[in-house]
Write a protein that binds this ligand. Structure first.
Ligand code: GLU
Length: 278
């Protein structure tokens, strides 16, 4: 498979210096490998994502000097594909409807013998399939969670054998246990970042996922989904996060470091890129 990577911003705000570093890192890697660079707009959150942010993101990336293959993939145009993925996971019997409120979940976690942080490890007594279906049909709100117990049962030895290659660092064990039973879809939004990203990385034939180390903890979950769905596992590279003068991560809410405002203040792309080294 030829080297193909992507930058996948969510148009919920303007891009900041940290995003620019991420986009540039992926773009440079594609150039160095004489590979392909794709752009994907992760806009499944139709409430927070706005077309005006999308336009500014495209302008920012052009200003930065990036070039990508057309067409740009918009996840909001592929909800049917993600619904099909959820259907497959249901058919495999590895997801369950969770009707608990956030408060009930916190109580369950506090009661669990080895409760860690906010990780939910699933119900102590699983609800019967009939009751689950009945409550769903009665319109109670719920979230679809991936049951690690059921994944282990469904995959057998393949569960413990899950691995991925961390670019430049070799093979890593993919252990999703620290994440617990993650939400894969809500009743109102029939998908999640996890389903959409795993589906799209496969359908866009991404060979190398290059993204910030803040997402590294999700990679074992993505490898688990790939294993369940018989999808290839790309190579992963989790790059360092760029920090501001105060040693803090750049955040979308800090308007002063958006690429838009830097552009408007006459900063050149070369000046910005100079901040990426070191
Ligand atoms: N859409 C994600 C974000 O903006 C990036 C997902 C990824 O690169 O896997 O943080």
């Amino acid at each position: 498979m030829s080297f193909t990577t992507r930058f996948a911003p969510s148009p919920t705000g303007h891009l900041h210096v940290g995003h620019a570093f991420s986009a540039w890192t992926a773009f440079q890697a594609a150039c160095e490998a004489d590979g392909r660079f794709l752009l994907r707009l992760e806009d499944i959150d139709t409430v927070r994502c706005k077309p005006e942010f999308e336009q500014v993101i495209l302008d920012d990336l052009i200003w930065l000097g990036l070039e990508w293959e057309e067409p740009v993939r918009r996840q909001s145009e592929h909800f049917d594909d993600y619904a099909r993925v959820l259907e497959r996971l249901r058919a495999l019997g590895v997801v369950y409807r969770c009707f608990k409120t956030r408060r009930e979940i916190m109580e369950d976690i506090a009661r669990a013998p080895h409760g860690v942080g906010e990780v939910y490890r699933g119900p102590v007594e699983p609800m019967s399939a009939d009751e689950e279906a009945e409550r769903g049909a009665a319109g109670h709100p719920f979230a679809w969670r991936l049951s690690l117990d059921r994944c282990r049962d469904a995959l057998g030895a393949r569960y413990d054998a899950m691995r991925f290659v961390e670019d430049g660092k070799g093979e890593r064990v993919a252990d999703p246990e620290p994440l617990g039973d993650v939400i894969l879809a809500r009743k109102d939004v029939g998908t999640s970042y996890h389903i959409a990203v795993v589906h799209d990385d496969a359908s866009q034939r991404i060979s190398h996922v290059i993204r910030g180390e803040d997402l590294a903890e999700m990679t074992p979950l993505h490898v688990l989904l790939q294993t369940l769905l018989d999808l290839p596992t790309p190579v992963y590279r989790h790059h360092r996060l760029l920090l501001d003068e105060n040693g803090e991560r750049f955040a979308k809410r800090n308007q002063s470091v958006t690429l838009k405002s830097l552009r408007e203040h006459g900063v050149t792309p070369a000046e910005l890129r100079a901040r990426f080294s070191g």
